[in-house]
Ligand binder design. Sequence first.
Ligand SMILES: NC(=O)c1ccc[n+]([C@@H]2O[C@H](COP(=O)([O-])OP(=O)(O)OC[C@H]3O[C@@H](n4cnc5c(N)ncnc54)[C@H](O)[C@@H]3O)[C@@H](O)[C@H]2O)c1
Length: 440
Amino acid sequence: MKITVVGTGYVGLVSGACLADVGNDVLCLDVDPAKIRILEEGGIPIHEPGLQEIVRRNVAAGRLSFTTDVEYAAKFGAIQFIAVGTPPDEDGSADLQYVLAAARNIGRHMDGYRVVVDKSTVPVGTGDKVREAIAAELKARGADLPFSVVSNPEFLKEGAAVEDFMRPDRIIVGAEDERAILLMRELYGPFQRNHEKLLVMDVRSAELTKYAANAMLATRISFMNELANLAEALGADIELVRQGIGSDPRIGWHFLYAGCGYGGSCFPKDVKALVSSGREHGHDLLILNSVEQANEGQKLRLVDKIVARFGPDLSGMHFGLWGLAFKPNTDDMRDAPSRVVIGELFRRGATVSAYDPVAMDEARRIFGGEARLRYVDRPMAALEGADALVIVTEWKEFRSPDFERIRELLRHPVVFDGRNMYEPVTMRRAGLEYHGIGRR
Ligand SMILES: NC(=O)c1ccc[n+]([C@@H]2O[C@H](COP(=O)([O-])OP(=O)(O)OC[C@H]3O[C@@H](n4cnc5c(N)ncnc54)[C@H](O)[C@@H]3O)[C@@H](O)[C@H]2O)c1
């Protein structure tokens, strides 16, 4: 099949590359010429395990190409995926300007039947807006061309995106006409050879399913974070509580880790957007309001602990910081807790030496020439001359560090661990003062 993917970010590039890998002819469009240049030169603009090889293989096979030419892209694929960003507007609602611009471009230039598939995470009702935008452009051209609008939200996780796309748990298709449903079944056939994973529903339910999934996961995290804070006050250990409840199959193990807050390009904005949708329709989503509020507070939890230990004025102090990305295996720092922690340390007069295996370039882009932030190329180098260590992202390479070396390097043998990576007893034995989240 000939497929156009509009938007070549985390979702668009992964989808485009994986769809090409099963034999489709895929064209990826982006309005950012810098991104397209990197791709045309054989690189990839993001860090995503396994993606570079798939891109290279499919470009070489002639099945995957890139463009900034909107007209060419609209004429290329019978299936047009929209995978552009939907960032939060000032009031928290999803900003649809990129989705609607993409839809208008398709309407302006399409020259035959198109299935327009919305993969971006969008509020309920966006399918109708996309349909109207395309229809308005066709009308303005005096063109009478058939098209269908489908909602196909994406559930891939950054850091495991290729695997998730190739072996999805489920494929949600919101569509109301048979021609489009048939095409989607054909398109996704190669990704569900083992058993049927495609769930067909109406467009609105599909749109809401995506928000419901992210909101539920964010809720579990905020729930555990609140309990972790309470556990500290009560003298209980949240890790033991986690194991105690995770073993209940009705609860399960996933997304029960307490920490210094969730971040990333999805949970914060999607929770806000759902709350905003609720408000717009006269429903105050009490639980989700609190989920977001609890998370904002949790991002400050590490600094609260630092202040409790060293006092509110941190001027002259220097902290080693491990982990900048919002989670391991990605370079994405959108809404990352590290940004809040670093900003708060600066505000209190401290300086920081930071290490992250892949997000350092992204941090340089975000913090610019900030003199209070030094980047180092090894975890232990972040501890040289540092008063204490702060851990914000649970990268695998931090799991088993040389604790003795940490103690030797730090001016005060104190570790603030926002991801509960270590056992308090191990740390005590190593002569380190350990502050986890909700640990005893
Ligand atoms: N990142 C994730 O893990 C993830 C997972 C599931 C769903 N989503 C959703 O998918 C959507 C995309 O997310 P992302 O993380 O890939 O975003 P991103 O910011 O990485 O990529 C979006 C891309 O779209 C491009 N773009 C904007 N307007 C365009 C236009 N009119 N034509 C062509 N290109 C255009 C931008 O230049 C950018 O490269 C969002 O709605 C997001 O909520 C993201």
